[in-house]
Design a protein around this ligand. Structure first.
Ligand SMILES: Cc1ncc(COP(=O)(O)O)c(C=O)c1O
Length: 381
């Protein structure tokens, strides 16, 4: 029996070193008055250098970045936006904010990202954009997605909230669409507590989103507090930018930690009938969270595993529920049988478990999690 861990094993959380403490301390002590944006400006520069995106707009969180992206594309009432059914709800709720209709499509069975065929099938005359999601640090088949989008003149908003550090054909996650968005919330690979960024190579989109980010104010040199639009208060703070900047400087180490954790799990669980996330030859998957889809013959649900884990001081998470299955989104489903529209989502989700994925996870803890998990499955069999 593997030794009991010394702490309750967290489901997610950051790696904080002296580098983060130093930069945040600097932000708190010096980042005011004429230096009030010193870390924010540096963050913009370094995220630009890292991803290659031409314009970087930091915002209060990724949900607001998606909201601004939809507004900049003039998406509104009567429009439809296609989004995968399995993702965090934040990919879809901004579609509701702009009074447009989310259309939920299926995912692929192997990479768990948007299915190109299902996306294509979901396109109507009302479709105005698609939001492919780089789920759990993996990448969709972006060539295919972009080709379909281009054939129908649809802008692509790449939701890379979970995938900073992933690459596709050597290009960074977030830079493969017309607009990309990142999250720096406390569970992500690089964190700021809360935070987000919108990236684009399109100057018009950048300027429009920048204006809407701060109450629609124009950037006049002489006339302050002059609103040209009704915007939002989606400004980030310099202190949060300092924290994210320190994390960004450690991004390759953070990716390495996640990839190592993935191998701790897969090495120990390889004799069980599980499906792990894949990594296509042209992709670097960050494995932000290691998930396993439990084979049907074990006859166990993700909720049962989560409950068993809890009894053993392990916190874990369910693989995302199909958005179309949740009460809040029934208004967009209209009683349709979504298990037929999105069979892969509905097949995988009940059997998907997100293993503990804090950046501070140790090999001994992974050992313990695998030990308990194996016992749960063997008992159920
Ligand atoms: C796929 C996806 N999209 C969007 C978001 C929203 O990010 P934020 O929490 O920064 O608003 C998240 C974060 O939880 C996410 O996982």
């Amino acid at each position: 029996m593997t030794k009991k861990p010394i702490r309750r094993i967290p489901s997610a959380g950051p790696s904080i070193t002296q580098a983060e403490i130093d930069l945040v301390t600097e932000a708190v002590t010096k980042g005011w008055y004429e230096d009030r944006n010193m870390h924010m400006d540096q963050f913009i520069k370094e995220l630009h250098d890292y991803t290659g995106a031409k314009y970087v707009l930091p915002v209060v969180n990724c949900t607001s970045a998606i909201h601004l992206a939809l507004l900049a594309l003039n998406i509104g009432k009567g429009d439809e936006v296609i989004v995968p059914d399995v993702t965090w709800a934040a990919s879809a709720c901004p579609i509701h904010y702009v009074n447009a209709t989310p259309i939920f499509c299926d995912i692929e069975a192997d990479n768990w990202c948007i299915s190109p065929e299902s996306f294509k099938k979901a396109i109507t005359k009302r479709t105005k954009a698609v939001i492919p999601v780089d789920l759990y640090g993996n990448m969709p088949d972006m060539d295919h997605i972009r080709d379909i989008a281009a054939d129908h003149d649809l802008p692509v908003i790449e939701d890379a909230a979970e995938a900073l550090g992933a690459t596709y054909d050597g290009h960074h996650a977030g830079t493969l669409g017309d607009i990309g968005v990142y999250s720096f919330n406390a569970t992500k690979l690089a964190i700021a507590g809360q935070g987000g960024a919108l990236v684009t190579d399109n100057q018009d989109i950048y300027e429009k989103t920048k204006q809407l980010r701060h109450h629609g104010m124009a950037e006049y040199q002489t006339k302050m507090f002059w609103c040209e639009d009704i915007g939002y208060n989606y400004l980030w703070t310099n202190i949060q930018a300092a924290l994210a900047l320190a994390q960004l400087r450690r991004i390759e180490d953070l990716v390495a930690m996640k990839r190592k954790a993935f191998h701790w799990y897969t090495d120990r669980l390889h004799t069980l009938d599980l499906q792990f996330n894949i990594e296509a030859p042209n992709v670097r998957n960050t494995y932000w969270i290691t998930n396993a889809i439990i084979d049907k013959h074990y006859n166990v649900t993700k909720e049962q595993v989560i409950d068993e884990f809890k009894k053993h001081q392990i916190d874990s998470r369910p693989f995302f529920y199909p958005i179309s299955s949740m009460p809040a989104y029934q208004r967009y489903v209209h009683g349709k049988d979504m298990t037929k529209t999105n069979p892969v989502c509905y097949d995988l989700s009940p059997r998907g478990i997100s293993f503990p994925a804090a950046a501070t996870l140790t090999e001994e803890e992974a050992d313990y999690v695998c030990d308990i998990f194996t016992k749960v499955l063997k008992r159920k069999k």
